[in-house]
Design a protein around this ligand. Structure first.
Ligand code: ADP
Ligand code: MG
Length: 240
C-alpha cells in the first residue's frame, strides 16, 4: 500500500507569481527510501512540510496510508520529522530527550523507558543515555535526534537535509549509518537533499525537483543514465 501520496499538491506563498510547489503527484512504496533532490529553492522543504502538516497547501491533497490527511494536524498523521537543525533540549539527558515525545503523549514511565532503550539501541547510543547534549559529538547528537523521532514508531520518517550540519567526513559515515538504519527498521522514509551524490548513494528512488515541479521520478540509475530532460541531465551530471 502507498504510505504517502500527494495529489496535485500545490503551494503558492502570498502573492508570489510562481508556486513554490506545483501540482506534485507522487506515491511512495511501502518501506522505501525516497529522496527529494533539487537545487536550493526548488521546493523540497515546502513539499515535505506539507506532507508533515507544517505548511498548509494552496491546493491538492496529502494521503497517508490511503487516508486523506490534508486537514489533519501533524500529530494526527503518524509521521516523524527530523530537521536540519535538530534542536535537542540542552538541559535534559539523552534519555529524557528521546523520551520526550512519549511523555508529551502520556505514555507511562515503564513503557517509556522500554521504548527509549529500544530506539537508543537501534541507533547504537544505548551507552549515552545519562549524558547531556553538550557532552556529545555532532554525530551522536544526530543519532539522538533520530532516536527521538523514531521512538513513537512513526509510519513515515521525514528527513530534511539532516546531515548538512556535519563536516564532510562525518557526513559520509552518517550517510552510511542512516542507510543501514533504514534497512533495519524498514520505515518508509522521505529524505530531502540538494546533494546528488547523497541522493544516488541513499535513495531507492529519487524525485528530481526544479521550481516546484517534478522533473523525473526513478531509481538512481534511471535518473542518472536516462534523464527525462536537460535539467535532470545537467543537475545529475554536475558535481554538488
Ligand atoms: P528548498 O527546500 O528546495 O531549498 P523551499 O521549499 O525552502 O526550497 O523554497 C521553495 C520556494 O519557496 C523558494 O522560492 C522560497 O523562497 C519560497 N519560500 C519558502 N518558504 C517560504 C515562506 N515561508 N514564505 C515565502 N516564500 C517561501
Ligand atoms: Mg530546504
Amino acid at each position: 500500500m502507498a504510505v504517502v501520496e500527494t495529489r496535485k499538491l500545490t503551494k503558492v506563498f502570498g502573492k508570489a507569481e510562481a508556486g513554490a510547489v506545483n501540482a506534485v503527484d507522487l506515491v511512495t512504496r511501502d518501506g522505501e527510501f525516497l529522496v527529494f533532490l533539487g537545487p536550493s529553492g526548488s521546493g523540497k522543504s515546502t513539499l515535505l512540510r506539507m506532507i508533515a502538516g507544517l505548511e498548509e497547501p494552496t491546493a491538492g491533497d496529502v494521503l497517508i496510508g490511503g487516508k486523506v490527511v490534508t486537514r489533519l494536524p501533524p500529530r494526527a498523521r503518524g509521521i516523524a520529522m527530523v530537521f536540519q537543525s535538530y534542536a535537542l533540549y540542552p538541559h535534559l539527558s539523552v534519555q529524557r530527550n528521546i523520551g520526550f515525545p512519549l511523555k508529551a503523549h502520556g505514555v507511562p514511565k515503564e513503557k517509556r523507558l522500554e521504548r527509549v532503550r529500544w530506539a537508543a539501541d537501534l541507533l547504537g547510543i544505548g551507552h549515552l543515555l545519562e549524558r547531556r547534549p553538550r557532552e556529545l559529538s555532532g554525530g551522536e547528537r544526530q543519532r539522538v535526534a533520530l532516536a527521538r523521532a523514531l521512538v513513537r514508531e512513526p509510519t513515515v520518517f521525514l528527513l530534511d537535509e539532516p546531515l548538512s550540519n556535519l563536516d564532510a567526513k562525518l557526513r559520509a559515515s552518517a550517510r552510511e549509518e542512516l542507510t543501514q538504519f533504514h534497512k533495519r527498521v524498514g520505515t518508509t522514509t522521505i529524505y530531502v537533499t540538494h546533494d546528488q551524490v547523497e541522493a544516488m548513494a541513499m535513495g531507492n528512488r529519487i524525485v528530481v525537483l526544479d521550481k516546484g515541479i517534478v522533473r523525473q521520478i526513478g531509481t538512481p540509475r534511471e535518473v542518472y543514465d536516462e534523464p527525462a530532460d536537460t535539467f535532470v541531465a545537467t543537475f545529475l551530471g554536475s558535481p554538488p
